[in-house]
Design a binder for this molecule. Sequence first.
Ligand SMILES: Cc1cc2nc3c(=O)[nH]c(=O)nc-3n(C[C@H](O)[C@H](O)[C@H](O)COP(=O)(O)O)c2cc1C
Length: 190
Amino acid sequence: MLETQDLNSTIELLQTRASCAKLTGPAPNADELAQILRCGLRGPDHGRLKPWRFSVVQGAARHKLGEVFAQAAEAAGDCAQAKVDKCRNMPLRAPLMLVAVCEPQLNSKIPLIDQVLAVGAAVQNMQIAISALGYASIWRTGDMVQAKEVRAAFDVSAAGSIVAFLYIGTPQIPARVAPVELEPFVKDWI
Ligand SMILES: Cc1cc2nc3c(=O)[nH]c(=O)nc-3n(C[C@H](O)[C@H](O)[C@H](O)COP(=O)(O)O)c2cc1C
C-alpha cells in the first residue's frame, strides 16, 4: 500500500491521463526511456509468455520510417502525392516513437487474444509512466500497422501484429481531460 500522498497522486494520474496529438521535444532521455520500458514489461502477461517486442524509433530513424510509410502508401495505390507525403511525415509528429509488436506463441494454450492484450496492457503501462514523468503520448495504429512494407521493416512474423505506434514527447497543447463517468458503462450484475 502506498503512503496517502503517493496514493492520491497515483489515483489522480490514472484519472487524468490524456493523450496528446501535438508533441515536440524534449523526449524522455535514455534513463527515462528505460524506466518507461520497464513499466511496460511489468504489464500483466497470461502465461508469462512475454509476447511483446518494442522498437525505439528516434532521430534520423524517424525519416527512414517515413520512407517506409510512403512506400506503403504508394504500394497501396495512394497515388495522390499529398497522401504519400502525409504518410512520409507521420513519424515526424513526435521526437520519439515506440513500435509495439505482438509475436504470439501459437503452440501455447494461452489464446492469441490474451497475448495481444498483454502487449496492449504493456503499452498502457508505458503511457501512464510517460505521463508520470511529465511527458505525453498518443497510441496510434491506422493502415500502416497492416502494410506489408511496415511489417517487414519491423520483422513481424505472419502470426505477429503491430499493436501500437506510441508517439512520445512533450505536449505542445494542454491535455483535454474528459470527465470520467461510470454511467452507463458499469452496473451490478444481478
Ligand atoms: C488500439 C488503439 C489504436 C488507436 N489508434 C489511433 C489512431 O490511429 N489514431 C488516433 O488518432 N487515435 C488512435 N487511438 C486513440 C488515441 O490513442 C486516444 O486514446 C484517443 O484519442 C482518446 O484520447 P485519451 O487517451 O486522452 O482519452 C487508438 C487507441 C487504441 C487503444
